[in-house]
Design a protein around this ligand. Sequence first.
Ligand code: AMP
Ligand code: MN
Ligand code: MN
Ligand code: MN
Length: 283
Amino acid sequence: MAAKIDLHCHSTISDGLLSPHDLVAHAANSGVKVLALTDHDDISGLVSAREAAPQHGIQFINGVEISATWKKRTLHIVGLKIDSENLALKAALDKVRIGRDERAQEMAIGLARVGIHGAYEGAKAIAKQSIITRSHFAQFLVQSGHAKDVRSVFKKYLVKGKPGFVDHQWMSLEEAVRLIRASGGSAVIAHPGRYDLGTINMLLLMHEFRSYGGAAIEVVTGSHTPPQYQQFAKIAHRFSLKCSIGSDYHGTGLSYMAMGCVPELPAGCVPVWDDWQEAQYLV
Ligand code: AMP
Ligand code: MN
Ligand code: MN
Ligand code: MN
């Protein structure tokens, strides 16, 4: 049976296709009852999503997906139940967004070297008011005929070693967890199976994350295979971390998993929402 809770998705505030309001409506139509919006490095969609929630019968949870650097790798740390008015969090995310813009300009320089011109302007036009991400570059490159789809465009241009990749320095893991906790939230490692860390570094990451006061890891996500659900359920148990689930929905054609289709947590997992009033009737 599909879970009725979805704690990871994106709107037009970052690289999703639906506005915060439309995303809430879409979640409700897909059978979701408890929803967190977790845009990349931006919390400005939370107010309108929260406003839309009651009319759609959704219990809304404030969220964010913060980009962090750990051992020269980019990790995504989801913050749940954060205070959307927290000044320190807002200021830190403002800084991340400035860094994103600089990174985007560097990405465009790399792409120009292989003959693709105007990528910054092209990606910016697709991003409109929202933060600029590799997803927007991917869409620009597909639309301008440089690759057939978003998946292949990443492989060809946007990952490490390719012309559009920039090794960007995000905030530290410790800082991301600290900001989330200081704003009243719970820190969750997003899609741990995607980082290609190797066993030792994966265990080291869990240990370090726990020592900073990290609360949970995503066990069921659109980025994991069913065997990985079991693998990360075990790791969570070993490190006394709670477990989260989320589709990582970005919109049709971009998402890893459709909303309302996310499997439940494996037996024995302690849900990150086990003491949340909003999710009381789900436990
Ligand atoms: P950024 O935070 O700017 O590096 O952009 C990362 C975003 O690009 C992710 O959140 C995904 O939405 C998307 N993305 C990353 N890797 C891939 C991939 N291999 N295929 C499709 N989308 C991807
Ligand atoms: Mn994304
Ligand atoms: Mn992510
Ligand atoms: Mn995400």
